[in-house]
Structures are given as structure tokens and as C-alpha cells.
Design a protein around this ligand. Structure first.
Ligand code: GRG
Length: 311
């Protein structure tokens, strides 16, 4: 891979950070790598691969893989060290969206501006496409990561990702969400649910990327704090967009939480206070990066973007 210039240098002078350029450059690296992680044909199972590629290569903000790369860069690591991990993150995120959209879960027709996986491939193949992406993510990480990381670092990264994606993290959060439908959750319960359902993958993205980039324990602790605050802020804004944005603008059905009587931040505290909460969380996230030099500028800018985004 042609190595793009890392942002900033240790002790280097501050300059205005071009987040648009950064997202474009790191996004392009992620897209290229993702295009190669699922084969195009496999004899009798080619339709399964097609279903996996349909959702994986459908765009999306690529926020989790870009966060993994940015965290790797923030601690002075080379992008190649975190690229298989970045791909694994997006594969797991995509599987969660495919399964979340199934009729037995949120029953959605539109995702990333196109028909959901099961609308095109049917429920059974969509379920398998999600299963394939989840399982293959660990293959991509274990095989690709072995070239850049020590066995101990890679093993810890794999364990942390499994924990974040599984019953202790995202899957557990999804279960809390489903089991809580039809009953009003308080703010504390809502936070616990979102920290697992959405936040855990953000923490894994940042900490895994940093670990593979050679982070020391103090850096990892600070980055964990950053990612915990960022993940929750992202979710608060997701709730706000569900109320305020149009379906055309964000490429998925909006106002679905309210329609289902689900507890959300705007429902519990109003849109204005929800936005204020998100801004406070981003201030916390940014403060957690105080010891980092300007190689953490992408992480700082990504935090601001998470609350200012319109999709
Ligand atoms: C089915 C195991 C399982 C888990 C589902 C992530 C998730 C858990 C459900 C998605 C539902 C949802 C809308 C959650 C809110 C936050 C979120 C994850 C939004 C989607 O992520 P983006 O905005 O999407 O990063 P793109 O398409 O840009 O990647």
C-alpha cells in the first residue's frame, strides 16, 4: 500500500486540520482494502458472497475503521499495522446492520440509501451474509494482523474485539434494546444500553487501532476515555437525527424510534438538551487527548464531526 503522509509530527507545529481531506484519504484506503476481503466468486456459494459484498461495499461513513486508523496514527503507528483491524471493524459493523434490519429485529427496508440486504437476497441469505461477515472478520484480523503485530498484542486485540462485539458488548446491548421495547427506559438504563450496543465498538475501534500502532498503557487508558465519550455522543446525535433528519438525507428510515415508543435522548430530555449532552461528551473526549501531540488532530476533529454530522 502506498503510505499516505501521516498527519503532523511529534512536537510539530499546529496547523489547521483538513478533516474532509483526511476522511477522503483514509476512507479511500479503507474502501480499497474492503474490496479485497470478500471474494467475488466461490462456485456454489457465490450468491452468499454477493450478499456480503452488497452491504459491505454499499458506502457508509466508515467511521469505525477510520477511527482505528486515526488512533494508530495518534500513537505514531504505521497505517498498515491497523488496516486488517479496520476492515474487521467495518465487517462486524456491517453484519450488525444487516441483522438489525431483519424483520425479526427492526424490520427496515432502507439502509445506506439502498434496499436492505434481506429485501434483495431474502431473510435466510441475509442472515448468512451477516454470519459470514462476522466470522470472516476474525479471519481477516488474525491473518492480516499477524504480519504487523506480536502474537501477544494480536491475541489481546482479537479478545477485546470479540468482547466488544459479543454478549458483553454490542449483542448484549441489542438484547437489552429488544427486551426493553414497549417499556419506558430511564436515562441511566438508556446509557447502559447504548454504551454496549453502539459504544463498545467505538472503544474497540480506537483501542485496537492504538494497540496495533504500539500504544503504551497510559495512552490506551486515555484513548479508552476518549472513545467511551465519543461513542455515547455519537448515539445521542443518532437519536437527534432520527427525529430531525429526513430519510433522503441519511439513507435510512427516520422517526422510527418515536413511532415504536422507544426511549431516546430527545424523548427523555428534549432535542436541545440532548445536543448539549452530546457537546459536553465531546468536550470530555477532547480533554482525554490533552497529553497527545498534533498526531491526534484527526481524533480531535473526528470527535467534533460526530456531533456536527448531518447523516
Ligand atoms: C443485530 C447484533 C446486532 C446488533 C445491532 C449497531 C446495531 C446493533 C444496530 C444498529 C441500529 C442503530 C441505528 C444504532 C444506532 C447507532 C448506529 C450503530 C448507527 C449506524 O452506524 P453509522 O451511522 O452507519 O456509522 P454507516 O452506514 O455510516 O456505517
Amino acid at each position: 500500500m502506498a503510505e499516505p503522509k501521516p498527519y503532523g509530527e511529534a512536537g510539530g507545529s499546529a496547523r489547521a486540520f483538513d478533516l474532509g481531506g483526511y476522511l477522503k484519504s483514509r476512507g479511500a484506503i479503507v474502501e480499497r482494502a474492503l474490496a479485497g476481503v470478500v471474494a467475488e466468486s466461490d462456485g456454489a456459494a457465490t450468491r452468499l458472497l454477493e450478499a456480503m459484498r452488497y452491504s459491505l461495499l454499499a458506502g457508509g461513513k466508515r467511521l469505525r475503521p477510520i477511527l482505528a486508523l486515526a488512533a494508530c496514527e495518534a500513537v505514531g503507528g504505521a497505517l498498515d499495522a491497523a488496516l486488517p483491524y479496520a476492515c474487521a471493524m467495518e465487517m462486524i459493523h456491517t453484519y450488525s446492520l444487516i441483522h438489525d434490519d431483519l424483520p425479526c429485529m427492526d424490520d427496515d427496508d432502507l439502509r445506506r440509501g439502498r434496499p436492505t440486504n434481506h429485501k434483495v437476497y431474502g431473510e435466510a441469505l441475509a442472515t448468512l451474509a451477516g454470519d459470514g461477515l462476522l466470522t470472516d472478520a476474525f479471519k481477516v484480523l488474525a491473518r492480516g494482523g499477524a504480519q504487523a503485530a506480536s502474537p501477544a498484542v494480536l491475541l489481546e486485540t482479537i479478545a477485546e474485539l470479540a468482547e466488544a462485539a459479543g454478549s458483553a458488548g454490542m449483542v448484549g446491548g441489542q438484547a437489552i434494546d429488544l427486551l426493553g421495547e414497549g417499556r419506558a427506559l430511564g436515562l441511566a438504563e438508556l446509557e447502559v444500553m447504548h454504551r454496549r450496543k453502539t459504544g463498545a465498538l467505538f472503544v474497540a475501534a480506537v483501542c485496537g487501532g492504538a494497540r496495533l500502532g504500539g500504544a503504551n498503557p497510559a495512552q490506551l487508558a486515555a484513548l479508552r476515555e476518549y472513545a467511551r465519550a465519543l461513542g455515547l455522543a455519537f448515539q445521542v446525535i443518532d437519536d437527534v437525527l432520527d427525529v430531525e433528519a429526513s430519510t433522503e438525507a441519511i439513507g435510512k428510515r427516520t422517526n422510527k424510534d418515536g413511532a415504536r415508543g422507544k426511549s431516546t435522548y430527545p424523548a427523555l430530555m428534549g432535542v436541545e438538551r440532548a445536543r448539549e449532552l452530546a457537546h459536553n461528551l465531546i468536550a470530555q473526549a477532547t480533554d482525554a487527548l490533552r497529553e497527545f501531540d498534533n498526531r491526534a488532530e484527526p481524533l480531535r476533529a473526528l470527535a467534533a464531526y460526530a456531533v456536527e454530522r448531518k447523516l
